[in-house]
Design a protein around this ligand. Structure first.
Ligand SMILES: Cc1cc2nc3c(=O)[nH]c(=O)nc-3n(C[C@H](O)[C@H](O)[C@H](O)COP(=O)(O)OP(=O)(O)OC[C@H]3O[C@@H](n4cnc5c(N)ncnc54)[C@H](O)[C@@H]3O)c2cc1C
Length: 429
């Protein structure tokens, strides 16, 4: 079994991969595990990723992570989630449920723990997560001893308190800040957001701040919005789709986190959102950011501006949204699910229990539909917003399905633990 930490580890692994193993198992579907799986698969090795959590890339929420899983599956990588490895054998691994997965090569990429042994032996104080405790200047509990990097607990920008984040940007920033502190310069507090990015085959996945799972566990009040913009003006060749998610406090608009998965332009959007978050910009202020535009690069309304418009609509109460997981409960209470896409789109696949009433002819359908309440959806949420506003103008209660059919389908595939469902129509409507 191999591990991957140093450049030497990578070289040894590459040597072994050149020895023509036919099969490989990568244990752990974090950043390093997925990058390893991608490289092994690209060498023609039949690769399986085993992950004890229910999804790949746990810093992402499930409906974004499933897009990465689908990319892996599309490139022939097998994924086993929700099951741990019980034993590594000469033939591969044995899973906790008893199944054997063949692996001429087994790589463990099962996460990072702070190596704080030296600090512990020296009697330095450790933090609640087992990392070295430091103040804003990087000072440990011992006079004139400073610490930086993965082994150090960082001030957390969302929750306060400390968290362990193992990323190179943070380690480097801390190095400079400690040097400044030692030289007597004033050091501004710089809490960590955990901004990270990874490329897996043709998709890029990036995130900053907290995800929904973490906010829920901390009982933090939040709302989310999903969008599915193109990387640049769609009439200009080469635009690639992406999925964005913004998490914010609906009371004051504080940005709590963001996630992005897609093709080109994902890095730029997450970096703008991470910068906005660090600067304390509110979600609705994203609408007013003056971002560079030319058709091959972006859109006149950049995807980040669009998130600002959507946050504004939600915070003002003008157009409330429903999340995919709330749908079933609302329909059980008698809400009508209206699909306002065209009939062609509807016939290609729709949410079970929905009624097709295309936006262009919505008024004509209302006579037979009753007076709601309605959950409205379209492909990505934009026509759904227009339809919701139209229904409001007619005095009918309506909410838009956040992220539309595309987010619902991703949430459905994630809940089923089957990324292949993303590419299958939900029902023959
Ligand atoms: C495979 C891999 C890929 C990664 N990719 C990314 C990425 O794409 N983006 C990103 O942001 N982060 C990435 N990281 C994480 C990033 O490498 C770390 O966050 C960063 O290196 C942390 O810096 P550090 O100085 O704390 O630790 P390290 O870089 O690990 O440096 C610590 C050094 O201290 C030495 N050392 C340890 N104990 C002692 C001792 N007792 N005496 C003397 N020396 C000692 C070690 O040998 C080591 O050289 C990756 C990590 C791995 C393993």
């Amino acid at each position: 079994m191999r591990v991957l930490r140093t450049v030497e580890d990578a070289e040894l692994l590459a040597d072994q991969a050149r020895g023509k193993p036919l099969t490989a198992v990568v244990i752990g579907a974090g950043f390093v595990g997925l990058e390893t799986a991608e490289n092994l698969a690209q060498r023609g090795i039949e690769t399986t990723v085993v992950e004890a959590a229910d999804q790949v890339l746990t810093p992402l929420d499930p409906e974004l992570a499933v897009l990465v899983a689908a990319e892996l599956v599309a490139h022939g990588v097998a994924i086993e989630t929700g099951v741990g490895v019980a034993a590594v054998t000469d033939a591969g691994v044995v899973l906790a449920d008893g199944r054997a997965i063949p692996g001429d090569l087994v790589v463990a990429a099962i996460g990072v723990r702070p190596d704080a042994r030296l600090a512990e032996m020296a009697g330095l104080a450790l933090g609640p997560h087992g990392g070295i405790a430091v103040d804003d200047d990087g000072r440990t509990s011992a006079a004139d001893v400073y610490a930086v990097g993965d082994a150090v607990e960082k001030a957390d920008s969302v929750g306060g308190g400390s968290s362990l984040i193992a990323l190179a940007n943070i380690a480097n920033r801390q190095g400079r800040r400690v040097a400044d502190a030692i030289c007597g310069r004033t050091v501004r507090p710089a809490p960590s957001q955990g901004t990270a990015i990874v490329k897996v085959f043709g998709v890029t996945a990036a995130m900053t701040g907290w995800n929904e799972r973490r906010l829920r566990a901390a009982k933090r009040h939040y709302r989310v919005i999903h969008s599915h913009p193109m990387s640049h003006a769609s009439y200009y060749p080469g635009a690639e789709p992406m999925s964005l998610k913004l998490l914010f406090d609906p009371a004051d608009g504080v940005i709590l986190g963001a996630q992005a998965v897609g093709g080109s332009g994902v890095d730029k959007r997450i970096d703008v959102l991470a910068t906005a978050m660090a600067a304390g910009l509110r979600a609705e202020a994203l609408a007013d950011l003056e971002l560079a535009y030319a058709p091959p690069i972006s859109s006149a309304k950049d995807p980040v501006n669009m998130l600002g418009y959507m946050a504004e609509n939600l915070m003002s109460g003008e157009c409330d949204v429903v999340e995919a997981h709330e749908l079933e409960g609302l329909m059980a209470q008698g809400w009508t699910l209206l699909d306002v896409r065209t009939q062609d789109e509807y016939l290609r696949g729709a949410i079970p229990g929905s009624v097709n009433a295309p936006l262009d002819t919505l008024r004509e359908h209302l006579a037979t539909l009753g007076c709601g309440p309605y959950v409205v959806y379209c492909e990505v949420g934009q026509r759904g917003h227009t339809a919701t506003m139209l229904l409001h103008e007619l005095g009918l209660p309506a909410r838009n399905l956040d992220g539309g059919y595309r987010t619902w389908r991703a949430a459905d595939a994630a809940a089923a633990g089957d990324p292949r469902r993303l590419h299958r129509p939900a029902v023959a409507a």
